[in-house]
Design a protein around this ligand. Structure first.
Ligand code: AHR
Length: 501
């Protein structure tokens, strides 16, 4: 009997490089900035009079980092905050803007100095598409409808005129609108039947202006609340929505004790990664319900909040959700993004929570400086997957186990860029063992391989203001190409992006 060399290999990956017809929507690599803790204030916005280097009030260092990442969209103003936010408080002369209490997040005073114009200008400066969530919980249909008119109407109308008086002649033409947030919880504690009706009212008056067709996103389920998805899909006419959201956070331990972001053992590490990978099952199960009503998969599953949620850093405000970010977070990001890619026929957008200083942040700041977290570097490595064609593959991977936890050590995603380059992201979650991986590139005569990676000595390695480059992106060279066969030595605790042409 003939046994091929590759079927003997313990770890092997076969990539069908010349197949595939599903595009990985670049919006899967989206972000989220809420009025929460030091996300907006101090993280993005310091005001034009600040000593912190800024451009028109926006932190220069943060802008630069986000421009480099080419983030496709940014969700704002929340989160739970969105359902308490009244947009008219955040326009006009900043000195005249009313203040409010941010009851969800630390009970601090929100002075509304960062409002619609500040957000829209920021999105323009960093070259990203805005995604706004309207207030359904404590707002009104009229309020949201007028916000859309203010932002998008190009003719003469009370709201368009008000926008012009506030210094913006041209409409911004925003496409992505969320109709409420977590309406089953902080967004109004509604039943799915009640929210479905509310959605229909709000969506009716969310008008298209000036040839701009809105992409309306209904507030979807939390975790495994499949009934929520079923009721919404059944009760909302399909032509009234474009997306249905899903929120899923990865915790270690329980909600009551979410454990430290930096101090954890190997079993907890693997528990966290297993829980992150659970989103695959959620996508499948919610997706099956969506398929029943929308077999064409026109409606996007919009995972507009995902990421890790640990205990806050000691000594920080518990309402500010400020946590450190380690190689464990990097692996959570790699696994999650690989899963979103794999389900790209249904997952049309995703937004990591959150961009700066909150939860699984890609950037942490203090008064004078900034850290790019390991999660930032994963998004940086994964750039080639954006808008690339998803490729099917077959992976055989050894396992890694600690205590009662066990997972496959390798986690992979494969895609083909428009110019034919094949992209392979590989995470080795085993913190202790380098893995030799045999890769078969079927259908391409690759001549040239380039690769970058991140790695670190420990699963809790992270960057600090004192040492900002413990985890950083570097060139990766430990591979050998022989015709269609590629041998890769995947370092322990690493994430690689290989590109074959
Ligand atoms: O991202 C933090 C919070 O988590 C959001 O405000 C809310 O939507 C979710 O519960």
């Amino acid at each position: 009997m003939l046994v091929s060399f590759f079927s003997l290999a313990q770890n092997r990956l076969i990539v069908n490089t010349d197949q595939g017809d599903i595009k990985i929507n670049k919006h899967i690599y989206g972000h989220f900035a809420e009025h929460l803790g030091r996300s907006i204030y101090g993280g993005i916005w310091v005001g034009p009079d600040s000593d912190i280097p800024n451009e028109d009030g926006y932190r220069k260092d943060v802008m630069e980092a986000l421009i480099n990442l080419e983030i496709p969209n940014l969700r704002w103003p929340g989160g739970c905050f969105a359902d308490e936010y009244h947009w008219t408080d955040g326009i006009g002369d900043p000195a005249e803007r009313p203040k409010m209490v941010n009851t969800h997040w630390g009970g601090v005073t929100e002075d509304n100095s960062f409002g619609t114009h500040e957000f829209m200008n920021f999105a323009k400066k960093i070259g990203t598409e805005p995604y706004i969530t309207g207030n359904v919980g404590s707002g009104s249909v009229e309020e949201m409808s007028k916000w859309i008119e203010y932002i998008n109407f190009d003719g003469v109308s009370p709201m368009a005129d008000l926008r012009k008086r506030n210094g913006q002649d041209e409409p911004w033409g925003i496409r992505y609108w969320g109709v409420g947030n977590e309406s089953w919880g902080c967004g109004g504690n509604m039943t799915p039947e009640y929210y479905a009706n509310e959605y229909r009212r709000y969506a009716t008056y969310a008008r298209n202006y000036g040839g701009n067709r809105l992409y309306k996103i209904a507030g979807g389920a939390n975790n495994w609340d499949y009934n929520w998805t079923e009721v919404l899909m059944k009760n909302i006419p399909l032509n009234m929505m474009d997306g249905l959201s899903l929120h899923y956070y990865t915790i270690a331990g329980s909600w009551e004790n979410k454990k430290s972001a930096t101090d954890f053992d190997k079993e907890t590490y693997l528990e966290t990664l297993r829980k992150a990978a659970f989103i695959d099952e959620l996508i499948k199960r919610h997706g099956t319900i969506m398929d029943k009503y929308d077999p064409e998969k026109r409606i996007g599953m919009i995972i507009d909040e995902w990421g890790t949620w640990f205990e806050v850093e000691p000594g920080t405000n518990p309402g500010f959700l400020y946590q450190q970010n380690t190689m464990r977070d990097a692996h959570v990001a790699a696994i999650s993004l690989n899963i979103f890619n794999k389900n790209a026929d249904r997952v049309h957008m995703a937004n990591i929570a959150q961009t700066v200083n909150v939860l699984q942040a890609i950037i942490l700041t203090n008064e004078t400086d900034l850290i790019l977290t390991p999660t930032y570097h994963v998004f940086d490595l994964y750039k080639p997957h954006k808008d690339a064609t998803l490729l099917s593959h077959d992976l055989k991977s050894e396992e890694v186990s600690f205590g009662k936890e066990k997972m496959e050590a390798l986690n992979v995603s494969t895609s083909r860029s428009e110019d034919g380059t094949v992209n392979i992201s590989i995470a080795n979650i085993n913190p202790d063992k380098k893995i030799d991986l045999d890769v078969v590139l079927r259908g391409i005569d690759a001549k040239n391989i380039t690769a970058e990676y991140i790695t670190a000595p420990a699963i809790n390695s992270h960057n600090t203001f004192e040492n900002k480059e413990v985890v950083k992106k570097a060139a990766f060279k430990d591979f050998k190409l022989n015709k269609e066969n590629l041998k890769v030595s995947v370092p322990a605790n690493s994430i690689i992006m290989l590109r074959a042409k």
